[in-house]
Design a binder for this molecule. Sequence first.
Ligand code: CA
Length: 247
Amino acid sequence: MGHTMTARILLVEDEPAILESLAYVLSRDGFTVATAKNAAEAAAVAANGSVDLVVLDLMLPDGSGFDLIRGWRGSASNRPMPIIVLSSRDAEADRVAALESGADDYVTKPFSPREIVARVRAVLRRSASSNAGGAGATPAPIKPVPPLSTDARTRRAEASGRALDLTRVEFDLLATLLGSPGRVFTRAELIDRVWGDGFRITDRTIDSHVKALRKKIGEAGAEPSWIETVRGVGYRLTDDPASAETT
Ligand code: CA
């Protein structure tokens, strides 16, 4: 198994804008990227056995991604090639079908390119450690990756691939939390970082900015509880939005 940093990723996607943005972020992160616009191209590229992981759109102009997965999983190749499925359909049935047909992970459109990079890394890590550990190895559970991003240079923020229209304060709050995932920031620390010390900002003011930020994240289609309330302390970016407190 190659090193994660030089892993060769095959991107299969017929929408040029998505293909280009994914190819761009993956190459920028050090991956070698091959692309295919349809199922026939994908099968041809994967056939030479040099692909470490496939990011696969389910609906392709010349067939279904499911057929590709079944072909790859049914082949005599002894080298497991992890597959991350992309789909615009978010039906539970599709997710189950993708995973049952042998996909390793499943992402519903719209997504942010950074989310895909994080999932690619997680799946490669898991596949490398299960290969190294042999049959008895237990794969580590994959933590969900927040579909949130901020770009300090352009001051653009995204949730689930959609641009967020944030105030200066909301942007800085989100960027601060995203900068240290899991770390709990006290309200005093947030005031310090977002307003600068010397400002007299009340806790209630912070809370109302967080509330507004969560609302915009939710309107973009992401889970507002990615920003977790840590009672009596402050806020943090959680890795478990399903059970995070927001009150
Ligand atoms: Ca498609």
